[in-house]
Design a protein around this ligand. Structure first.
Ligand code: SF4
Length: 342
């Protein structure tokens, strides 16, 4: 596991602060899907924060909201605040926000083919970003683009720059995306499932590259993933999302050694264990409830093996159980977590 408490405590200065974010979607004008429902978190300078959860948990909507890329309508940011270096992003005019995207926030998505334009060369796409955001001449931008491709480990970058995305492998395309995302030295890199489409060896190389780049460019990372193995390899701190809310938050080591929310425990059980020869990894039974049908009480109750009557009646709040460790569950507050055998 990558991090330690001491290491994480180095990250003191807040870069991104999200408060009480609520993002709702109208469904057929009759129902409201509460995709993100009162989310608070912060990311410190130089820190890598993982936002984890199954699909439908609200993690991608959270990251799209930070970039102000929610389609409105049907989406709507109902309330909240998103501050990057004390600048309120939610009230910025779209023109200024376009400069923030790419300049201050870099983005890497799961499938680079959907973000790279197939009809333009790799070079065109990096150069365009450098010319738009940094005002470089085309000649200087091309030189810098070749340097960036070298930095992200693309051999023959002087040739590759004139090639097209389809001529590269998945791993190479993801390296190009990283080069584009970092081309303007962003303060924050948002990576949404950046390695899901890649095989395991390439996955590990790309994660290592992202961390190296983060250090080189002194950026912070918000990493969206459903994979606890990826979290263990990369994160300093972890936010676990379920049903549009954060259900557990802790430093990575604390979360893996002392998970307190039954959902986090279930996610951890889905990780492959090198000591065990299992034919099939366990999956969490049931599904995340649709965002327009959340129950009154705990949103995880239907899937939770520890659910009690109180859980179905009273929605738990996100509360501190120790320094930097927060949990949204009634159990840790009953007999010090005895019910979980801790
Ligand atoms: Fe399970 Fe109850 Fe905790 Fe919800 S509040 S996770 S149902 S124990």
């Amino acid at each position: 596991m990558k991090s330690s408490t001491v290491e994480t405590n180095k990250h003191k200065e807040v870069l991104l602060e999200v408060n009480d974010l609520k993002v709702y979607f109208d469904i057929n004008r009759k129902k409201v899907a509460k995709a993100v429902d009162g989310v608070d978190f912060s990311i410190h300078k130089g820190e890598t924060v993982a936002l984890v959860g199954e699909s439908g948990s609200g993690k991608s909507v959270t990251s799209l909201s930070v970039m102000r890329l929610i389609q409105m309508p049907p989406g709507k940011i109902v309330s909240g605040s998103i501050k990057l270096d004390d600048k309120e992003l939610l009230s910025l005019p779209e023109k200024s926000m376009r400069r923030v995207r790419g300049n201050e926030i870099g983005m890497i998505f799961q499938e680079p083919m959907t973000s790279l334009d197939p009809v333009f060369t790799i070079g065109n796409q990096i150069i365009e970003s450098l010319v738009y955001h940094q005002g470089l001449s085309k000649k200087s931008a091309r030189k810098q683009a070749i340097e960036l491709l070298n930095i992200v480990g693309i051999a023959n970058s002087e040739k590759v720059i004139d090639g097209y995305p389809h001529q590269l492998s998945g791993g190479m395309r993801q390296r190009v995306m990283i080069a584009i995302a970092l081309s303007n030295n962003p303060k924050l890199l948002i990576a949404d499932e950046p390695t899901t489409a890649l095989d395991v060896t390439v996955q590990s190389q790309i994660l290592k590259l992202m961390l190296k780049m983060k250090d080189t460019f002194n950026s912070s990372i918000l990493l969206i993933t459903h994979d606890m193995g990826v979290v263990a390899e990369t994160a300093d701190r972890v936010l676990v999302m379920y049903g549009g809310q954060i259900v557990e938050e802790a430093e990575v080591k604390e979360l893996f050694l002392n998970p307190n929310h039954p959902y986090t425990m279930a996610l951890l059980k889905t990780m492959p264990n090198l000591d065990q020869h299992v034919r099939r990894l366990p999956s969490i039974k049931g599904n995340v409830p649709p965002a327009h049908m959340f129950p009154e009480g705990c949103r995880f109750a239907d899937r939770c093996e520890f659910a009690m009557e109180r859980c179905r009646l009273v929605a738990p709040e996100l509360e501190n159980i120790s320094d930097g460790h927060k949990v949204r569950c009634h159990l840790p507050f009953m007999k010090g977590g005895e019910a979980l055998g801790q």
